[in-house]
Design a protein around this ligand. Sequence first.
Ligand SMILES: [Fe+2]
Length: 147
Amino acid sequence: MYRARGRDRHDTRRNPLSVQFNHTIVGCHDNRVSAEFWSDILGLELGKEWGPFIPLPTGNGVTFDFANVPPHITEIQPQHYAFLISEAEFDAAYAKIQRYKLEHWADPRQQGVNEINHNDGGRGVYFLDPSGHFMELITVPYGGWPT
Ligand SMILES: [Fe+2]
């Protein structure tokens, strides 16, 4: 069996928590529209456009890179993106969701129309972004805060 010599903080066998999700690409029909939508709802600053990407860095170091899908792709496979935000951030985001009259749901099955949930003692809401990605905002992690 291979064994790395010396100390290496990126050696995941020694330190499994050294693995961090760093960035991903969000497929869009119009990456400017999508990036500005996320930036507005989440209250986050967009980074500088580079190549085909418009980056949106988040608080835990993960960057979402918005990119247009090739023109021959007419249907984007919806992904699910969930954000843990503060109660004050939820107030601001939800005020915008209501002001823009965005259809939203309390649950992923879209049964509680234009409602929010209070799961785990917090607040949560689901809505779609301009490319049809399935967004979720929560103020408490699933299962509650670790004790
Ligand atoms: Fe979720």
